[in-house]
Design a protein around this ligand. Structure first.
Ligand code: SAM
Length: 222
């Protein structure tokens, strides 16, 4: 599934969920937006304010280049840490969190932060962990099935071999964690149980194949 098709499917869900009039009065925060293609897609839906953040300056530069070439008045980008979400000038009606949760080491803490940050909807596109042996390409970086530091079952995922390796390569990479040497992929049932405590959850069909251990959750606040 290409990024454009994934983002288009999320955009269709947003457009079906919120009318054009509602969108014109809503603010969207796009966490870990990479090169900003997703952020531009949400901005094109006519939300009042769409803010994409990422920790890697080259990613944000890419978003701003596209913005200079074809400006959208409701679109902004900034270099920022996703853990600083409370200092990014909310409240946010919609928070989009694609490709991020599985690069963090405290998924439970981050889901709690997301539940506070988004007043109406959350779109979460993430990997989760399963007990069986992984078959997808990143399997060599996956740890054993275990109870993680937050008291949830799942698997550790190696981001960097050491602090020295992290400091040497993290800026040259366009993706991956920023600080943590390992991420924690939470089990699918625990992820879905935590989401359901705050949100009415819908899984977008046919975006990721099941063997990828990944899903797009479109969530509306209960
Ligand atoms: C797999 S990419 C996802 C990009 C895009 N959202 C997508 O779904 O295609 C992960 C992104 O998370 C960003 N990232 C990782 N840790 C971050 C942090 N602590 N704060 C902000 N961005 C972070 C990376 O720089 C990278 O752009």
């Amino acid at each position: 599934m290409s990024d454009s098709i994934r983002f288009r499917a999320i955009a269709e869900w947003l457009a079906a969920r919120f009318s054009a009039a509602e969108r014109g009065d809503m603010r969207v925060l796009d966490l870990a937006c990479g090169g900003g293609e997703s952020t531009r897609t949400w901005a094109a839906l006519g939300f009042r304010d769409v803010y994409g953040i990422d920790i890697r300056p080259p990613n944000i530069r890419q978003g701003r280049l596209a913005q200079r070439a074809a400006p959208l008045a409701n679109l902004r980008y900034a270099v920022a840490d996703v853990w600083s979400i409370g200092r990014l000038g909310g409240p946010w009606d919609v928070v989009v969190c694609c490709g991020l949760l599985y690069h963090l080491d405290r998924p439970r803490a981050y889901l709690e932060l997301l539940a506070r940050a988004a007043t109406r909807a959350l779109v979460l596109d993430t990997h989760y962990a399963m007990p069986e042996v992984p078959t997808f390409p990143a399997r060599r970086k996956m740890g054993r099935w275990e109870m993680g530091a937050e008291g949830l079952p799942g698997r550790l995922y190696r981001e960097y071999k050491s602090e020295a390796n992290r400091n040497a390569v993290r800026l040259a990479r366009r993706t991956g964690s920023w600080v943590n040497l390992k991420s924690f992929w939470v089990s699918r049932p625990d992820l879905e149980r935590m989401l359901s405590a705050t949100w009415q959850v819908q899984v977008l069909p046919d975006i990721h194949p099941p063997e990828l251990w990944r899903a797009v959750y479109c969530c509306v606040k209960r």
